[in-house]
Design a binder for this molecule. Structure first.
Ligand SMILES: Cc1ncc(COP(=O)(O)O)c(C=O)c1O
Length: 457
């Protein structure tokens, strides 16, 4: 078949494809940008225009685009074996090697086993199923409930969806699963309690404790949370929060699940988000940065507590898994990607370039009347835009302020994601300071431009 030409590709854009997280009518009018190539922290559109990939694909391209080492590993694996099943007594080398590497990398957190899937949502479901079966094996089958945080994002399958803390992500699909409960997130910039981060951490941990008491601890399977909340608005908890959460979980014997789909593998400036807070969860959920998005992959890791419950029981089958879990190409990509992450110390680069990024954004906040808050760790940064800095009043949805600023950044060669007027900055972890400068200059100009337009009304 002849290669379809550029003209057709442009004409068919958003005509036949139903887009994720989109209003089909809106997207038909304002068509998505067609990305054609990627190199390092840059991507190029179908007309050859260059952009800094400030969103890192979808906060997953940690090692950067077009990495030869990863492409060669995938190609070599493809030439050898494109697929084989992990069901019913067969396996393959890349999955075995990757499971050992992941257990080594998470030794500090005490993970002893890896279970694979094809992405973050599935990895969350695996975590929830492991938690429920663990309690059945432990002789406490009534421990079935899950608690999560407001503004949490745990993917799109029904378990994770039921745990999600942003109503807009859930409402169209109700009724959701029973037995899911949410508690306050320690959102320093906006909360009804206090401006003191440490105090807020204690208040939120106490509210979690109370919710568990209210539900009866004997009915709760696990608490699930992101070490830094992502899609719910990039919320960085105070340093005290996660250690307190671990204590509350231990007090009630509840499993702690860290959803590290975004925070895993260097993004926060630490290898893992849990490590950033000095906490060892019982289950860690990975996807995205595990292989920088070269081939879909998810992994759910768990500790000896859970492993032993399965090993000690007779016939404790884990009746869960799907065809493409631990796909050989995805595992080969992960092995090559994690080699880069470790050898190039991408966590350290994220910490230092991310620190520089925050400094520049903080300076920008001083002169920009609509930048309410700048927050982040490593190269996971949020910039919250507000109509009024003093009152923290949000823009109305008619204003489309963030969307317009983000569009102007895009026109000037910088891709940043706008979620409800919070810019989400999550570039590849190989980003340079010169690229930070370019990104901030473009964002600054776009904000100034849109501020003038907003003032005119
Ligand atoms: C914290 C978290 N968990 C789970 C998911 C779902 O992952 P996926 O989109 O690969 O299914 C995401 C996706 O952004 C995420 O941010």
């Amino acid at each position: 078949m002849d290669r379809i030409n550029t003209k057709d590709i442009k004409a068919w854009n958003a005509e036949y494809m139903f887009h994720p997280f989109a209003d089909p009518n809106a997207i038909a009018k304002d068509k998505p940008l067609i990305i054609e190539e990627g190199r390092g922290a840059l991507v190029f559109d179908i007309d050859g225009k260059e952009y800094i990939d400030g969103q890192g694909g979808l906060w997953n391209v940690n090692a950067g685009h077009g990495r030869k080492e990863i492409i060669e590993a995938i190609t070599a694996q493809l030439n050898k074996l494109q697929y084989y099943s992990l069901f019913g007594g067969t396996t393959h080398g890349p999955a075995i090697e990757l499971s050992k590497l992941l257990v080594d990398l998470t030794a500090q957190e005490g993970m002893t086993q890896a279970f694979f899937s094809t992405g973050g949502s599935e990895a969350v479901e695996s975590a929830m199923k492991l938690a429920r079966q663990y309690w059945k094996l432990a002789g406490k089958p009534e421990r079935t409930k899950f608690i999560s945080l407001h503004r949490a994002y745990h993917g799109v399958a029904f378990g994770g969806l039921s745990a999600n803390g942003t109503p807009a992500f859930r409402q169209a699909f109700e009724p959701l699963m029973p037995g899911f409960f949410r508690t306050e997130t320690p959102y320093v910039y906006r909360n009804p309690f206090t401006d003191d981060p440490a105090e807020l951490a204690h208040i939120c941990a106490t509210l979690l404790d109370r919710l568990i008491e209210d539900q009866s601890p004997n009915t709760v399977a696990a608490f699930i949370a992101e070490p830094i909340q992502g899609a719910g608005g990039l919320i960085v908890p105070p340093a005290e929060f996660w250690p307190l959460v671990r204590k509350v979980c231990d007090k009630h014997g509840i499993l702690l699940i860290a959803d590290e789909v975004v925070t895993g593998f260097g993004r926060t400036g630490s290898m893992f988000g849990s490590r950033l807070w000095g906490v060892a969860p019982d289950i860690m959920v990975f996807a995205k940065g595990i292989n920088s998005g070269y081939v879909p992959l998810g992994a759910t890791m768990f500790n000896a507590r859970i492993e032993q419950a399965f090993r000690k029981a007779e016939n404790a089958w884990f009746m869960h898994g799907n065809t493409y879990l631990a796909h050989p190409l995805a595992c080969a990509a992960a092995l090559a990607n994690l080699d880069i992450v470790v050898k190039e110390d991408l966590a350290a680069n994220a910490a230092s370039v991310g620190g520089y990024f925050l400094d520049r954004l903080n300076a920008m906040q001083q002169r920009q009347p609509h930048v309410g808050d700048v927050r982040g760790k490593g190269l996971m940064i949020g910039v919250e835009l507000v109509a009024d800095k003093k009152t923290k009043a949000a823009f109305t949805s008619d204003d489309q302020f963030g969307a317009k600023v983000s569009k102007r950044c895009r026109d000037h060669g910088v891709l940043v994601r706008n979620i409800y007027d919070t810019f989400i900055i999550s570039p590849p972890l190989i980003l340079t300071r010169a690229q930070v400068d370019r990104m901030v200059d473009v964002m600054d100009e776009a904000l100034t431009f849109q501020t003038r337009a907003y003032a005119k009304g």
